[in-house]
Design a protein around this ligand. Sequence first.
Ligand code: HEM
Length: 499
Amino acid sequence: MELDMVFVIPVLATGLVGVIVYALLWKFWIAPSRKEAVLRKQGIKGPSLGPPQLFKGGNKDEFDGDHDILSHVLPDIHSFSKKYEMPYMYWWGNELRMTVTDPEVVRWVLSKNPQSFGKSASIQATLIKLLGYGLVASNGEHWAQHRRVVGPAFHLEKLKNIMAGTMVDCTSKVLSRWDNDGEFEIDVEKEFSFLAADVISHTAFGSSFEKGRRIFHLLNLQAELLTKIAFSPMQWMPFGRLHPLRENLQLWEVQKELDAILLGLVKDRRKSASYGRDLLGLMLEQSKDNPAFKDDKLVGECKTFYIAGQETTATLLTWAMYLLSQHREWQDRARKEVLEVCKEDEINAEALNKLKLVGMILNETLRLYPPIPIIQRGTFNDTTMGDKISIPKGIVLVIPILAMHHDKEQWGGDAHEFNPERFARGASKACKHPNAFMPFSFGPRVCIGQTFALVEAKIALAMILRRFSASHSPNYQHCPVSGVTLKPLHGMQLTFTRR
Ligand code: HEM
């Protein structure tokens, strides 16, 4: 018996090691290489996974940058699209990615075949940490349920009738701080960041907006701590995220306070006679007959409004003012329109509809400087686009909105120039393919806050143009960079004069 064990244990141990080696090989080499082979057989070119790539972490380090906006903001897309024809593939660590910019392919992914695509596991992991498993992070039926509850709060008429007044008040407050004589300089990026946070605090939480401001502060802290933790070596240790590191302890404190404030707001509102006409009230109304939509889900969606809506809208306004300060003729034309349409500073739903030039300027800003320059979709099953491309399950599709918006094929020779005139006949007629302009994405997962952002931006621009002229400041350094949104690295200093 003892003799048997002497033989059996080494045999079992060798077998076990063999199984582990094979499982690792399968996960990191055989299965990924098979996916690569499917694309390569169809003539899609790109670097191979090969052992050196595998150990280097894919093609991450090969990205270079020059100084035009695409090469600067999305250096990977820029350098790879020079080397390989679209669509091309590359490795991100062990994840095989394919970049697509053909609007027809993008339409197929986002709106014709959306059930095969959704938020990939790697993106989901980050989104869940920030926002919980809500509208932005989820897929399938879970996502559909959240969309049904949150969507109606953003209907156009509600926004224009209920929220436009609040947006005007918030903008007045910011502009009263600009009331200087002569020429003065302002970093508009900071001002618009404050404005967008104030607008969301008021429109999401109505009378509780002071608490809304605290929520905003805590969400910023949460994002900072999560970034620090992501770069800490502890991240790679077993159970590293549970370790009582200083940052982890701070994060738990912040999250505890955040959830307590939000949960308190939701519970108080449930008890009150009327839910109220702010976003929280409209969501409570919409979810009252839906027992699955508990308080913690509403808490998650309240966070979503801040994170998805604040920086994006602030960024749109920042780049719009930058472009108007560079193109004074457009600034003058837009001001003339505002003065004709909004007599005595009165901005209401009817006036907003008439601000056509301001709308064209905002569209051209969203084209040249899309606040979200890139989106991604994970592939949930093996799928084939027409008879063109077979896409194996597990591949991540990268859709660089910025590259599509600067594509000369779609926009003509002046693709890199500011020309709002191209939007005179509407966004779908501004370029060759109606879907090549997609700052808010499209299809079932189109941005829920699109109208909210445009109403807010129109109101702010109209009020600024009525009161001030903006011009270039020598202190501004043009350096757009892509973080969560496409932002100016050193702020946006502009020179203003009161009119
Ligand atoms: C100029 C401003 C904005 C831009 C350019 C923008 C852009 C986008 C884009 C490109 C997406 C699609 C993301 C993806 O599919 O991966 C998106 C989704 C979303 N946006 Fe916005 N957004 C803006 C403002 C807002 C505002 C103000 C809110 C809310 C207050 C908001 C809430 C959302 C939500 C909840 C989603 C997820 C929708 C879903 O998955 O069903 N956004 N946005």
